[in-house]
Design a protein around this ligand. Sequence first.
Ligand code: SF4
Length: 436
Amino acid sequence: MKQLYIETYGCQMNFADSEIVASVLSATHSLCEKAQDADVIILNTCSIRENAEQKVLKRLEELHALQKKGKSRRIGLIGCMASRYKTQWMESRLVDFVAGPDAYRFLPEMLTDAEAPQVRTELSLDETYLGITPLRYQSNGISAFVPIMRGCNNFCTYCVVPYTRGRERSRNPESVLQEIRDLAEKGYKEITLLGQNVNSYRWENAYDFPRLMADAAGMDPKLRIRFTTSHPKDLSDGLLEVMAAYPNICKNIHLPAQSGSTEVLRRMNRKYTRESYLERVESIRRHLPDATISTDLISGFCGETEEDHRQTLSLMETARFDYAFMFKYSERSGTYAAKHLADDIPDEVKTARLEEVIALQRQLSYESHRKDIGKTFEILVEGPSKRSDAHLFGRNSQNKVIVFPKEDCQAGTYVHVKVIDCTTATLLGEKVQNNA
Ligand code: SF4
């Protein structure tokens, strides 16, 4: 058996895809933990921001140096950068083969047949990797990702995903539910359903995402179900009703706002307004009073005025996000924004606005955590705390991390923990009796 080393960058979808790649190559390659031990090195890459690509390029140069020194190795580029750059890194001899997100079934042939094409970046209208059981080599045996769809049809003007991952297609619900059933039988306790826009999941017109959630949650009341990501234009009350009906559907919704200004949202082609976004937030609060809401925010998008930025800050205060992923706008070649909108906000202005957004979110996260002091949550224990061997950490249904003294608790079990203190990022607690 040849040795295979996979390094994954970017989103949860890429981590799930790396497990598909490990599975399609498992007949001929076994996984190893260090690049220097490998016969084949694969980088599964992300193009969402400029610095994500720079990181990969730097790593490719390091690996190229390793390749020149030691035993002969093949280096492959897969994921979004493969779709974007196709043959470019082959020409500079940094990589030996390239496979886009819909071409992983070709990898065995690319690695064993010298005559096979070494660049496969065509996108498919129907590839969902049906029939491939992911090799869960990155897993803690407790939580697993299950992709339910691939691609995206939304064409937000700043985003490369529709170009690198192709059109939206949903997986057959039978295969999704079977995968969840198998994971539950293996002892997994938490499943996250993945898609770029899970709300538009649909199978043969009649079977939609709320139904898939209900069927997944109905399988086993002790199996937690999460999902990501929701698009605000498609988050339905029907889904919120299903979330309210099943205690094991986790009460956290990631609802990327991107901006609080309707004008900026229009230029981003997000297809919702500030008002309709806030109406969705109100609906979440009405249906799921104990849910947390997380978001993504971009500072300094093309043409963003000081007033637009103020509107983002005021949206944050109104929505009271529990946590957020916040970035400066980074122009990506090939997108509508790169072709038609001027990236006209100076970098120092982007940075200053981002800092304001981060400072406000820090305060909102802290306030959200302070409100939990004195409450008791059921948490799924994930493992030792990063800071202390004497403590464990787990997550509550709201996806907040709680650290507590280890005592006799085990990873993969549910325990009840009372929150006694907090930081901006973490709740600190103590175990209470399970009937508390
Ligand atoms: S919804 Fe928009 S931001 Fe998200 S993947 Fe699709 S195009 Fe990109």
